[in-house]
Design a protein around this ligand. Structure first.
Ligand SMILES: [Mg+2]
Length: 265
């Protein structure tokens, strides 16, 4: 089988992530309604999301952004309702936000066997994850991902087309045999298609609104949607076989006169 370069995303592609954030956001909303009885949990969650996402464009995917979105939401509703801002409440919320980074992550089902199979088939596996160095490195170590990715690990604070483009240049990847596998339409799929590499989209169990965008990119590369990580090796294998078949058929159909011309060149 022709060797492929396969880039995997980490959060919600190889290991769970959104569920931990949702759990802590739930605790945050539960606490907030004890302080603000005129505001609903839904309003609190919407404001937190808005503040969190807005900060990405300024600060990237740095960890501090998330606890600060709790503090920002608290201050917003204090101003709205006239409630006094209390230092101990702000401190409590900041610590609550940081708790999410202490939760041990669990792998998505079949993570190890999928990566092992692709490795044994001779493909070059890369990891491209968004976030800050300390937190992502901790998860990578905990999941023992160096077994599959060794030093081929890239952590981007701004995970976009520029970041992907830099990685593709660094690894000198031929787009025709390069893939991006991820759960984020915004930060995995759109950049992959903009760079015209193959994209495999695997929707997460629950998705962060930031990751959901319309995919409207002109591309000639393959774009597949799969239900689970486990389906990745067969899908790539099938694509390679079909691609080999169509290339063969195309060369078979070249008229004799054209063959002669190309031979004379
Ligand atoms: Mg992800």
């Amino acid at each position: 089988m022709q060797k492929q370069n396969i880039l995997f995303n980490l959060d919600d592609t190889l290991s769970y992530c959104n569920r931990y954030f949702n759990r802590v956001i739930g605790e945050f909303a539960d606490q907030m309604i004890t302080w603000f009885d005129s505001i609903t949990k839904e309003e609190i969650k919407q404001k937190q999301l808005q503040i969190d996402v807005k900060a990405i464009s300024q600060h990237g995917l740095k960890s501090e952004r998330f606890p600060e979105s709790f503090v920002g939401t608290y201050k917003y509703f204090c101003d709205l309702t006239g409630k006094e801002k209390k230092k101990d409440e702000i401190q409590y919320l900041r610590e609550l936000g940081f708790k999410v980074f202490e939760i041990p992550v669990e792998p998505i089902p079949h993570m190890n066997e999928t990566l092992q199979r692709l490795k044994e088939e001779g493909h070059e596996l890369y990891l491209h994850t968004g976030g800050d160095q300390a937190n992502q490195s901790k998860k990578i170590a905990q999941l023992e991902l160096a077994t599959y990715f060794e030093h081929r690990i890239f952590i981007s604070e701004h995970k976009d087309t520029t970041a992907l483009s830099d990685i593709l240049k660094t690894i000198k990847a031929d787009p025709k045999v390069t893939w991006m596998v991820g759960n984020s339409l915004r930060t995995d799929i759109v950049p992959a298609l903009e760079k015209n590499i193959q994209a495999i989209y695997i929707p997460a169990e629950t998705e962060w609104q930031y990751n959901v965008v319309e995919v409207n990119v002109e591309h000639t590369s393959a774009f597949l949607t799969l239900n689970s990580l486990q389906e990745v090796p067969d899908a790539i294998h099938k694509h390679i076989q079909e691609h080999a078949m169509s290339t063969y058929r195309l060369s078979d159909r070249v008229p004799a006169v054209d063959r002669k011309v190309s031979l004379e060149k």
